[in-house]
Design a protein around this ligand. Structure first.
Ligand SMILES: [Fe+2]
Length: 486
């Protein structure tokens, strides 16, 4: 159970609840989906999901942090992750990997990172709140927010980030995670568009550095990789076709890349969306956190298939007017004549709260990580509901610091992005493309910044598009051609 403060924060309804007037386009979209998959299938699936959630929520609330599968990095390296662990990862969509970095090295990296931020504090801006634009961004080199007590740092290629991102263990872990997905094909007979390989690419993201003590408005429950896009994009919908139309939601395979790699996650573009396919989102920790609430850690709804199935079916039903609090799926009524997609907004992540998505019972099912130690990493499937604990107690005087490092396989879309990201970074340390849509800045002038010149191991250079990729297939040949390594 979350602390009172965390709970009341997470329980806030998303902006505008589900009242954003999306317009008739979205009423038509609902009608089209119902026509495509059949009313009886959508209704049957809704009943199945709302029924299964009762038991699943009880199981999750009972298990608490034990719902997080934990794997030692050494077992990944040795190929000895057990069948039970793999099953738990695939069911929940989450994983804690212990000791990706040696603990002492991670602690040293935290000290180095803190020194870097301190040395550059004169170059960190700025007033940044939600969608308000920063002023004078060209005069500054790093964005951090909120201004009064920053915890989110948009710095991408600091020496510490380079070290962790390019660490051989980190890349091995990413390869393992990419390989949990199936359906990769990169034979010479398949087209580049449909090809994919679990070969890991390095997506540069920022970091979270929270000082101990107090509350900070952090990240409320949401799912990334688009919101309305999941319904609106034909290919994305295809990935989910068994949730809409099979008559058995449990036949949906969240781990099949076939359509997911081509889904348009930013069909309705905005500044919050990552345009790459992340097999897992994730972070690597340089400090202690988690192990309970008020510890500044991540919390998730640890059931990937049922969670996303419910979110996708939710817009088609509404509670009866005379019994608005009931969770009985049978008595919810069709909502096929409004453009309401609860918690979904153009160009943003999918937002969730107990009021928009009551059947997930988030107040008792959001599950924080077990205690995380320096060098551990946490990953979650891109369909998993997640939030950040708004409270961090004194944490033994230590900050809660994580570097966002996801697992990104080689696909056509991802590789094109990596090329753009590489070209940006080589141009004065320009903000990577997904983040430049919001604000563009340049890291080159920061004290101690040396771009990617310190990325020494060849696998990391390949992951960043700096060196020729090692495969022979048409996909790798195409990739090397795009990257200029032919
Ligand atoms: Fe997120």
């Amino acid at each position: 159970m979350a602390s009172k403060e965390a709970e009341s924060y997470w329980n806030l309804p998303p902006k505008d609840e589900n009242n954003e007037d999306l317009g008739s386009e979205f009423t038509e979209l609902k009608k089209a989906i119902i026509a495509q998959f059949g009313r009886e299938h959508i209704r049957a699936n809704w009943l199945q999901v709302t029924r299964l959630l009762v038991e699943e929520n009880n199981r999750i609330a009972e298990a608490r942090s034990r719902a997080w599968p934990e794997v030692e990095f050494a077992d990944i390296a040795a190929g000895t992750v057990s069948k039970e662990q793999l099953k738990a990862i695939k069911h929940s969509g989450i994983i804690v990997i212990r000791n990706v970095l040696p603990k002492e090295q991670a602690k040293g990296l935290l000290t180095a990172l803190e020194a870097y931020l301190e040395q550059n504090k004169g170059s960190i801006l700025c007033e940044y709140d939600s969608q308000t634009s920063c002023q004078y961004v060209e005069d500054n080199l790093m964005i951090a927010y909120p201004e009064e007590n920053p915890w989110a740092y948009r710095t991408f290629f600091s020496p510490v980030q380079n070290t962790v991102r390019s660490h051989p263990n980190s890349l091995k872990a990413q390869h393992f995670l990419n390989n949990l997905w199936t359906g990769y094909t990169d034979s010479n007979t398949s087209s580049v568009e449909t090809s994919a390989s679990p070969f890991p690419l390095s997506y540069a993201d920022g970091l979270r550095h929270r000082r101990p003590g107090g509350f900070s408005a952090t990240v409320r429950p949401h799912i990334d990789a688009g919101s309305l896009d999941r319904w609106g994009d034909d290919t994305y919908r295809r990935y989910y076709e068994r949730i809409f139309g099979s008559g058995d939601v449990l036949t949906h395979d969240p781990w099949d890349v076939t359509y997911r790699i081509r889904a348009e996650t930013a069909k309705y573009p905005g500044w919050q969306q990552s345009t790459v396919f992340r097999a897992f989102q994730g972070w690597t920790s340089l400090s202690h956190s988690g192990g309970g609430f008020n510890k500044g850690a991540l919390a998730v709804y640890p059931s990937v298939k049922l969670g996303i199935a419910y979110v996708l079916l939710r817009p088609f039903f509404r509670p009866p007017v005379n019994n608005p609090d009931t969770l009985e799926g049978e008595v919810w009524e069709w909502d096929d004549d409004t453009p309401g997609f609860p918690g979904a907004f153009r160009g943003q992540s999918q937002q969730l709260s107990p009021s928009t998505h009551p059947h997930l019972e988030l107040s008792r099912t959001l599950t924080v990580t077990p205690q995380i130690r320096p060098g551990d990493a946490v990953f979650w499937h891109s369909d998993v509901v997640h939030a950040v604990d708004p409270l961090l107690d004194d944490n033994g005087g230590e900050s809660a610091t994580v570097l966002y490092i996801p697992a990104v396989p080689l696909t056509q879309t991802n590789l094109r992005y990596i090329k753009e990201q590489r070209d940006a970074i080589l141009h004065r340390g320009e903000t990577p493309p997904d983040f430049a849509r919001q604000q563009k800045t340049y890291e080159e002038g920061l004290v101690g910044w040396h771009g990617v010149s310190d990325v020494a191991n060849v696998e990391a250079q390949q992951a960043l598009g700096l060196a020729k990729l090692p495969g022979e297939s048409a996909l790798f040949e195409w990739a090397n051609d795009i990257l200029g390594h032919a």
